[in-house]
Design a protein around this ligand. Sequence first.
Ligand SMILES: C=C(N)C(=O)O
Length: 126
Amino acid sequence: MKKIFQTVNAPAPVGPYNQAVAINGILYVSGQIAIDPKTGSFVTEDIQAETNQVMKNIKAILLEAGATFENVVKASIFLANMDDFADVNKVYATYFNEMTAPARECVEVSKLPKNVSVEISVIAHI
Ligand SMILES: C=C(N)C(=O)O
């Protein structure tokens, strides 16, 4: 049976999806963008701040499902500009233990929802 997770500590979905869905011990966290759930505003100062807000949103959703970044087995990063790769990695790396970091892909896309620069989704075991 599917279980839906929603928390006010992460932004409400910007479309017809849930923040996270779990089935058979696997949690699928929807792609997060840099909306601050406290203000509803986009964090756009720079790519590092934007990435940090995305990771904070993922952390809140993981927590709601009883998980942490240690439970994450796969991440997908979508960038509007691959030139941001190094800056995104700098922030992303602070959320994981290098030895147990999840599998990942990082791709540049032509456009992201709400014109953000980065979107990240993760899959975790719970
Ligand atoms: C931001 C998203 N996760 C979406 O539009 O699907």
